[in-house]
Design a binder for this molecule. Sequence first.
Ligand code: ADP
Ligand code: MG
Length: 297
Amino acid sequence: MPLVARGRSIGALYLENNLASGVFTDDRLEVLQVLAVQAAIAVDHAHFIRRLDAARASAEAANQAKSLFLANMSHELRTPLNAVIGYAEIVREDVADAGLTEVMEDLQRIRMAGAHLLAIVTEILDLTKIESGTLELDRQTIDVAALLGDVIDVVSPEIESKGNRLVADHGANLGTLFADPIRLRQILVNLLTNASKFTTEGTITLHSRRTSEELVLAVEDTGIGMNPDQLKRIFDPFTQVDPSSTRRYGGVGLGLTICKRLCEAMGGTLSVESERGAGSTFTARLPLRGGAEAKLG
Ligand SMILES: Nc1ncnc2c1ncn2[C@@H]1O[C@H](COP(=O)(O)OP(=O)(O)O)[C@@H](O)[C@H]1O
Ligand SMILES: [Mg+2]
């Protein structure tokens, strides 16, 4: 009796009896028929599950291979890039001593282009680590006001170069936070750099406030803003609101994805409010002590 599943013959039900004759009566055959159908369904189902498991295993292996490849390649790219940047700097110093201004400017361009490329490669490496769950946070007790001061020193020149004003609206008693200082700095520098990128001759405000449970850090700008449709996608990897602004402003669209995942890894959240033409506010909320059990991914 054939075992048929979804119109395909996948086997046979074979019964033999050498001891008696006439045992395969019509009503017994009918029962066997029903059994054959059930058996076919069960076998087909088992095949399906096995194929599914194999497909999942190979997809997981491909994903792992991709992450490993990206991590290796990023590392291979960073090493020579650091050499390019470092040597351009050394030569620039030598040339400066000799008073060759024009060559100095060219060397400065090499250094800047190298630094830009390095920033992109580093972003790709960060995303790879986050996606493969291998990013490790180095949690420490952070003096919040001191860290905010450092961040402001780092971004001020860039913000001012676009005619923007940077305002620090710090709450009283910011105290300490138990989190990864390097990653926290990365989040704030990223948000402030974005604010500066999409604002000209406006105001960028860094708000900070401490509640009993969390530290709330918000970066507000008076720049181009975004409409609701655009807002929906900005935390997706490699997403930029509109390709024409990308060409104008540069970047690869990973910054916000990384910031959001880092906030989540520290047990917090990153949210945005924005209106086209009226500016944007990005708000990070981080638990004061915690996130210790927060997981990436
Ligand atoms: N403060 C902001 N004002 C307006 N648009 C913004 C702002 N921050 C981010 N965006 C939009 O979100 C996109 C993604 O940002 P991000 O992930 O940091 O990538 P990138 O800066 O590399 O473009 C930006 O390209 C821009 O379109
Ligand atoms: Mg960015």
